[in-house]
Write a protein that binds this ligand. Structure first.
Ligand SMILES: NC(=O)c1ccc[n+]([C@@H]2O[C@H](COP(=O)([O-])OP(=O)(O)OC[C@H]3O[C@@H](n4cnc5c(N)ncnc54)[C@H](OP(=O)(O)O)[C@@H]3O)[C@@H](O)[C@H]2O)c1
Length: 209
């Protein structure tokens, strides 16, 4: 049954033809307001999910007019423009929409300060051969969670790997490995829609889930 227009919260997708964008469109169902393509035309909507490229995000922001903005794109994002736009609308930058990676971040934030002296931390991430940025946005977020900005990241780009992140916590004669593996790309689409619904109820500003 189609919901009345007043109950609907239409959501547009920038990057709707991409690997992730197509799945998000499917997941949105009747809440999908339409695609935003390279012509930049924005259909009437309350929120835009951006899963394009860093250049795409930079081109999108000046075209928005007060819609909430959920950025799932990773890479060299236009942070000045996003921060300026956040004065007008809620903006969230979420480099990993899965349910598991935030748990991994929580664990790492608790564990890193408790490591014995002399232990080192390294992050290894693997993605499909088409991924453009390295290290991944998630790997950068994991490094931030350790509180050690000099943690090395190692990137593999191989085959059709969806997304894997392993944090090595290594000491003399032993190590811990904390690992997240995305086995289906749909987890990111489901998570994107979950984050979008949350963001619709947030005040203007750069907000973190
Ligand atoms: N947050 C997360 O959980 C998560 C998960 C997976 C991926 N990602 C990120 O999401 C982004 C997209 O990933 P993907 O695998 O779906 O990539 P993809 O398959 O290459 O799709 C990219 C999409 O963005 C569009 N696009 C690219 N550059 C553009 C530009 N300059 N202006 C307008 N549109 C542009 C493409 O349009 P055309 O069809 O016209 O080329 C296409 O629709 C990447 O940054 C990736 O790292 C995030």
């Amino acid at each position: 049954m189609t919901r009345p227009l007043t109950e609907r919260r239409p959501i547009a997708v920038h990057g709707a033809t991409g690997r992730l964008g197509r799945l998000i469109v499917h997941e949105l169902g009747e809440d999908f307001a339409g695609p935003i393509g390279r012509d930049g035309l924005v259909p009437p909507c309350e929120l835009v999910i951006d899963v394009s490229s860093a250049e795409g995000t930079a081109a999108l922001v000046p075209r928005l007019d007060g819609q909430a903005l959920l950025v799932g794109t990773t890479g060299d994002l236009p942070m000045d423009a996003l921060t300026a736009y956040a004065a007008r609308a809620p903006v969230a930058i979420v480099p990993n929409f899965s349910a598991g990676v935030p748990l991994l971040i929580d664990i790492l934030e608790q564990l890193a300060p408790r490591l014995p002296q002399g232990w080192s931390i390294e992050v290894v991430e693997a993605h499909h051969a088409h991924k453009r940025d390295a290290p991944s946005g998630t790997a950068k977020r994991l490094v931030a969670a350790t509180g050690r900005p000099d943690v090395p990241c190692h990137s593999l780009r191989a085959g059709d790997t969806i997304g894997e992140h392993t944090v090595w916590l290594a000491g003399p004669g032993e190590r811990l490995e904390l690992k997240h593996v995305a086995t289906r790309r749909e987890v990111f689409a489901i998570g994107a829609v979950r984050h979008a619904r949350w963001l619709l109820d947030q005040p203007p500003g750069l907000v973190r889930p």
